[in-house]
Each structure stands twice: as C-alpha cells, then as structure tokens.
Design a protein around this ligand. Structure first.
Ligand code: NAD
Length: 398
C-alpha cells in the first residue's frame, strides 16, 4: 500500500448528549445572520424553539426554512435560496435527518455561487467556498454532517442526483444523540443500516487517486489507512449497538453508539467513497420509492459475497473484527456477509430485492442504470460488467 492518505472533514466536530447547547456559540463564531433549514416535524418540537431562542440570545438574526422535504426535491432548494437571498445569511444551519442537512448544503451553494443546482451535479463542480454550514443530525445514519455530498431529487431525472465537493463539507458537525431519541424503530433501523453499509463499502473500496483539477496536484480521495481507521471503528460500534437501539429505543447508550458509528462511517466514506451497493440502490430507489438506507442494506450482503472473489482481505478482516472463527479468508468473508445479513434481518431490512418490492422485469433496467453510476462502480473492488451485474442482481432477487 502506498502512503497517499487524506481525510476530508469538518473543522469542528462536537459529539455528546446535550451538546446541542453548543449551537449558538459555534454559529456566532461564523456569522451574525443565520438561516436554519429544517422540516415541519422538527420545527414543531420544543427543543427546536429552545435552539432558536439560544441563537437569538447570542445576538443573531435568524431566518427559518421549515419546509424541507424528504429526498430534497431540487426545486425546494431553489425556492429556499430565492426566498432568503434578501435576508443575506452568512451561515446556514441544517437540523434534521440527512434531507435537512443536504437541503442546507444545496442552499449554501446557491447563495454563494448562484446558477442552478444542475450546474453542480457530479464531482468537483462547485467552484469555491460556500456559506459556512453547521450540520445538526437528528437521525443516526447518513453521515451527511461530515461528508462532501448532497443527495437531491430532480423531477427531470429518473434517479436521484448527487453534488460532491469538498466545499460543501459542513464547517461544524454538532451531534447530539438525544435528538435521535424520538426516531421510531424503522427509522433507527434504516438509518443505522445505511451507516453500516457506508462503513463496509468504504472499508472494502478500491484505492484511487483523483485529480481535483489543480495543475500538478494529485488529490488522494480514496480508501486509505486514515479512512480504514474510521471504518473499523464504525463497523465495530454499529454492530455492537444497532439491534439494541432498534429493540430498546429508550436505550440512550445504544443510540449514542449508533450515532457515533454513523459519524465515523461518514468520515470514512466522505473520503473513501461508497461502491456497488450504493450504485444499485439509485435505480432501485427510483422504482420502489423505498428509503435509501433500506435499499443499500438489502443488497449489501450480496455485494460482499460478490466482491470476495476479487479481494477477500478486507471482508475477512471484518469477520475477524466481529469475532468470527476460522482463518480461511474466503470463509471468513462469507461469514461476515452472513453476519451482516443476520443483523439486517433482525432489524427488519427486507432480505431480497423481491421483498423490497422490485418487480422482476425491472432487473435488467436496474443493472444498466447501476452500471452507469461509474463514480461508484469504479470504486468497487471487483470489476463489474453487464453479465456480472445480472448475476449479482439475480442472486439478490429471491
Ligand atoms: P430523512 O432526513 O429523509 O428523514 C426521513 C423522515 O424521518 C422525515 O419524515 C423526518 O422528519 C423524520 N425524522 C428525522 N429525524 C427524526 C427524529 N429524530 N425523530 C422522528 N422522526 C425523524 O432521513 P435520513 O435517513 O436521515 O436521510 C435520508 C436522505 O439522506 C436521503 O435523501 C439520502 O439519499 C440522503 N443521504 C445523504 C448522504 C450524504 O452524505 N449527504 C448520505 C446518505 C444518504
């Protein structure tokens, strides 16, 4: 392994029960006029009113966008940006699930650079710094609080779109596990399974060096010793606590562990990227309208078994991390995939694409679309051509 390594991360990460109290201090350090993006559910919570009062007490002018929608239709970001342009915020806060944080990221881009969201789809399209973003997650899953990614829905496109740029990494991530206490079991499961999938795909990703467009500069953005460190911690932490957080929603220690795991998984995949399970989810989500985390988790065990043939080492290491017996790398990797499938089954993730609601006659279309998400397919440790994709989807179907 060569020693190129990088980590793209927020300037400040604060984690702990009650730490939402830091919001006003952090925001005040970044500006005087704050736009807060959230959804109708969280805007109605007493804790939201307390946070807004703390910002005002700190002398800040506050504008609230409480209309964030799940899966973030791009037009809703455009409407937010237009509505608040006159207010001229100098800091943007996203409070809520991944959708609220991704909405805040897109609005921060539009306020800084103008144009249309489409101008920024893909990697490295944001031309420079955006307004500072503070991310306050209320789910434990997406890792958006630390990643360079915003995932959006565009009515003009069949599949969801992504903006990926180091400029949209939140300046500060404020993770308070108390805010996840209200998550119902299904949301805890889906978000936690999303986080475990991030960690495993980042840990088993291929290694790559990408150029961000600066002359002579090689920007390392792949899997490395640094991202592996966070992925290992995330896998162990989530594995030991996710089922408990789902079955005992009042176990705040379990919720704390899952949120910490999701944060560390975000740090891992924010630089290492994700791979085939995520590429396959994009078209599956478009057809089934199931949650992102449910789709990626459904296919993950199949992708792990498929990848074993090309690179058993990371998957065998996951088996060792989980305390599974044996020394044969293929057997250990298979046992790790089985353990992931068992955990997901215990928390209610559909075990097959059929159970997820995908019609069988959509398999070929899903395969073609997934192969088109080259950013993720190229990051998968085993090369996937059309016949391999067809076999993988067939195995995952029923
Ligand atoms: P979400 O933000 O879409 O929210 C889903 C629902 O859960 C909403 O109705 C919301 O109000 C509710 N909710 C949120 N927090 C709650 C709480 N504490 N208690 C009760 N209800 C709560 O869900 P999510 O899973 O956090 O985010 C999914 C989105 O994030 C998708 O659009 C996905 O594509 C995206 N995503 C982004 C990244 C990234 O790096 N930016 C990574 C993975 C996924």
């Amino acid at each position: 392994m060569n020693m190129f390594s990088a980590l793209r991360a927020p300037r400040e990460i604060v984690f702990g029960a009650g730490q939402r109290a830091c919001l006003a201090r952090i925001a005040r350090q970044l500006g005087e006029r704050v736009l807060v993006c959230t959804d109708a559910r969280f805007a109605a919570e007493p804790v939201f009113a307390e946070l807004m009062a703390s910002l005002k007490d700190a002398g800040m002018a506050v504008e609230i966008e409480a209309g964030v929608l799940p899966d973030v239709p791009v037009q809703s970001c455009v409407a937010s940006a237009e509505r608040v342009r006159g207010f001229a915020p100098d800091v943007v806060v996203g409070i809520g699930g991944g959708s609220c944080i991704d909405h805040a990221k897109c609005v921060a881009i539009l306020l800084a650079h103008g144009g249309e969201p489409q101008d920024y789809y893909g990697e490295f399209k944001v031309p420079g710094p955006v307004l500072p973003i503070i991310a306050v997650p209320t789910t434990a899953g997406t890792g958006s609080e630390v990643t360079p990614v915003a995932v959006l829905s565009d009515a003009e496109r069949i599949m969801k779109v992504g903006i990926s740029s180091p400029h949209i990494i939140p300046t500060a991530a404020l993770c308070d596990p108390d805010l996840t206490a209200s998550c119902p079991k299904s949301l805890t499961a889906i978000a936690g399974a999303d986080a475990l999938t991030h960690a495993i795909e980042a840990f088993s990703a291929t290694r790559r060096v990408a150029s961000a467009g600066m002359a002579q500069e090689r920007v390392f953005i792949g899997k490395s010793a640094i991202t592996d460190h966070f992925a290992r911690l995330a896998i162990q932490t989530i594995f030991s606590s996710l089922e408990r957080a789902c079955t005992h929603g009042d176990d705040i220690e379990a919720r704390e562990q899952v949120m910490l795991g999701a944060l560390m998984a975000g740090l891992a995949f924010g630089t290492a990227g994700t791979a085939a399970a995520h590429a396959i989810q994009y078209p599956i989500g478009a057809v089934t309208h199931t949650a992102h985390g449910e789709g990626v988790a459904c296919v993950l065990p199949y992708v792990m078994r498929f990848n074993l043939e090309a690179d058993p080492e990371p998957l065998a290491e996951i088996g060792r991390m989980l305390g599974l017996p044996g020394s044969d790398e293929i057997a250990l990797g298979n046992a790790a995939a089985d353990a992931v499938a068992r955990l997901f089954s215990a928390i209610g993730i559909p075990p097959t694409l059929e159970a997820l609601g995908l019609p069988r006659d959509k398999l070929e279309w899903v395969g073609t679309q997934a192969l088109g998400v080259s950013r993720l397919i190229d990051n998968n440790p085993r090369r996937i051509d059309a016949p391999a994709m067809a076999a993988l989807l067939q195995a995952a179907y029923s």
